[in-house]
Design a protein around this ligand. Structure first.
Ligand code: GTP
Ligand code: SPV
Ligand code: MN
Length: 591
């Protein structure tokens, strides 16, 4: 029943069929193509994308199975000002989301969608978020006129018949519609309708705006579902740490966009920490639910990585270098004359000449960057040499530690541990980070980004923080909570901490803390490693003075920091859990 062939529907699910029919009548495509997710189909779709110029085949000797894509230069990142939560009331969406009444938004977007696929193909993309058979998995459909989106969804999710099989005749699927229109910022809307489990995205063809399983379903709609159903949808990587004795400890970490999740999840530890290994379960999103044993279990709903390219090299992320050496789609990097790709921070020296991400001639003297700072790779997780087999475990993995971390040049030390869950929620809730190229506008400015979810929480942020506090009661053995900052700088503007693989030293302390075998001392912020409880041997130039500098807590910086906590709290005041105000008082007293 669920075997589709040559673009025909492979489902008898009436709710699906009638909705697809309704959208096709609205958008009026010349052709409706149902994706089945087979290898043969992928090959055929790629050939079609190459023929129409959407993809360029890269040099098969240098990058077998790889393709190059350029997005419209006005469409290179998520756009938060065009992202809307169309809840029943504005109060539900809260002060951190844009809101429009659902009826009004439907009218506007159906207006744009009407007839917009004339002369085009509508791809019906069924997809499954989560391992097949997982009680936490969810099915979505993306109806899109973008072959780039159909192909990307094929790498990022479990796409095709597998999703139809999982859904059967149920009606609880996410209804996603994506219309490219003319890729104009004025007609760009990424709109979510939590009551209908629906998403409509128009006017973009870039990443998080249009791969509707990712930020739209797995986080914005997912966070709404999680609150109702007693689980958590988080902007977190998931990794497994293997110790020299073979013990495995699972860790989830929330860092804001372009702040190091993919790198941390694929970390290669330094030789010094012999026998310690990291395995990837997910690099961007975690769905977490209390299990029968009282621990918090996490799955990665995705099946691929849409990762930041610049800075990827054999020092920073050797596993990613290997992963993207084949069967990868590159978006907005530079193109070399021999049909390979280049980006700032790649191994080796820059090409003498190439085409930049816009297609203009570029030389090392050019003032602009060759690759867009938010250029990305799209690769299936199966190609990650560090993939943990548990990434396909329907039950997920039990989380021992949750780590929060922002990008902060000052104020925040390298690492500290929260005293308890309530304090940890405060640490996550008040997290600040410098904005990055992953979203349009504001790069470099510090803003509050609670749990790295500011752009992704689908309802009132105050209620979200309440949900975090409530979850404690549902988890008998809650994960320990930590905060890290890889980005603190010295007076000269250089990073104090070497980062990347060396982050294993911090992760080891975190894991050892979870197993009650690492020392710590109390500070105003929380538990911090004693100078000798963090293994720093073999780190060149990392003197004890440097360690003190990276861990320092400066009173005047913290006075400013707490004022910034206050700004967020004032914004959320009508629904801010009182527990957080209490935590703030405790912090003030400790400082
Ligand atoms: P999204 O996919 O946008 O959610 O981002 P992400 O959190 O997965 O970020 P990613 O790992 O791709 O890192 C983004 C940028 O941070 C890259 O340019 C990295 O080079 C840089 N970065 C990652 N880890 C470290 C680190 O430990 N130290 C320093 N200095 N930079 C890092
Ligand atoms: C992010 O911005 O957090 C990303 C990239 O992971 S995107 O898919 O564009 O949202
Ligand atoms: Mn992300």
């Amino acid at each position: 029943m669920t075997k589709s062939t040559s673009g025909k529907s492979g489902t008898a699910n009436k709710a699906v069929l009638s909705w697809v029919d309704q959208i096709a009548k609205l958008c009026k495509p010349d052709r409706v193509y149902w994706c089945n997710g087979s290898k043969a189909e992928r090959k055929a779709l790629i050939a079609e994308a190459v023929a129409s110029g959407v993809l360029l085949k890269l040099n098969p000797k240098k990058r077998p199975g790889c393709y190059y894509h350029r997005s419209n230069p006005n469409d290179v990142a998520r756009v938060e000002q065009s992202t809307f939560m169309c809840s029943e009331s504005q109060e539900e969406a809260g002060p951190t989301n844009n809101w429009m009444a659902p009826k009004e938004m439907y009218e506007r977007l159906y207006g744009y969608a009407a007839g917009s696929m004339r002369g085009r193909t509508l791809y019906v993309v069924p997809y499954l978020m989560g391992p097949p058979g997982s009680p936490m998995a969810k099915v979505g459909f993306e109806l899109t006129d973008s072959i780039y989106v159909a192909l990307s969804m094929g790498a990022m999710t479990r796409m095709g018949d597998v999703a139809l099989e999982e859904l059967g005749n149920r009606e609880d699927f996410n209804r996603g519609l994506h219309c490219m229109l003319d890729i104009h910022p004025e007609r760009r809307y990424i709109s979510h309708f939590p009551k209908d489990n629906a998403v409509i995205s128009v006017g973009s063809n870039y990443g998080g705006n249009v791969l509707l399983g990712k930020k739209c379903l797995a986080l914005r709609i997912g966070s709404c579902l999680g609150r109702q159903e007693g689980w958590m949808a988080e902007h977190m990587l998931i990794l497994g740490v293997e110790s020299p004795t073979g013990e495995k400890t699972y860790v989830a970490a929330a860092f804001p966009s372009a702040c190091g999740k993919t790198n941390f999840a694929m970390m290669m530890p330094p030789a010094r920490l012999k026998g310690w290994r990291v395995w990837t379960i997910g690099d961007d999103i975690a769905w977490m639910k209390p299990g029968p044993d009282g621990r918090l279990y996490a799955i990665n709903p995705e099946a691929g990585y849409f990762g930041v390219v610049p800075g990827t090299n054999s020092q920073s992320n050797p596993a990613a270098v290997e992963m993207i050496s084949h069967d990868t789609i590159f978006t907005n990097v530079a193109l070399t004359p021999d049909l390979d790709v280049w980006w700032e921070g790649k191994d080796g020296s820059p090409p003498r000449e190439c085409l930049d991400w816009k297609g203009n001639k570029w030389t090392p003297d050019s003032r602009e960057k060759a690759a867009h700072p938010n250029s990305r790779f799209t690769a299936p997780m199966a190609n990650n040499p560090l993939l943990a087999p548990e990434a396909n475990d329907p039950q997920g993995v039990p989380i021992s530690a949750i780590i929060f971390g922002g990008r902060r040049s000052d104020t925040m030390p390298l690492v500290f541990q929260a005293f308890n869950w309530g304090h940890g929620v405060y640490v996550g809730a008040t997290m600040g980070s410098e904005m990055t190229a992953a979203a349009v506008g504001g790069a470099g400015q510090v803003r509050r980004d609670p749990m790295a979810m500011l752009p992704f929480c689908g309802y009132h942020m105050g209620d979200y923080l309440r949900h975090w506090i409530n979850m404690h009661k549902a988890i008998k053995h809650p994960p320990r909570i930590f905060h890290v900052n890889w980005f603190r700088k010295d007076q000269q503007g250089a990073f104090l901490w070497p980062g990347f693989g060396e982050n294993m030293r911090v992760l080891k302390w975190i894991v050892d803390r979870c197993h009650a075998r690492a020392d710590a001392e109390e500070s105003a912020l929380g538990w911090v490693p004693k100078p000798d409880s963090l293994d720093l041997a073999g780190l060149s130039n990392f003197t004890p003075a440097r360690f003190e500098q990276v861990q320092a807590i400066h009173a005047e910086e913290w006075r400013r920091e707490i004022m910034m906590h206050e700004e967020l709290f004032i914004k959320l005041h009508t629904r801010l859990p009182k527990e957080l105000i209490f935590q703030r008082e405790l912090l003030l007293a400790r400082l």
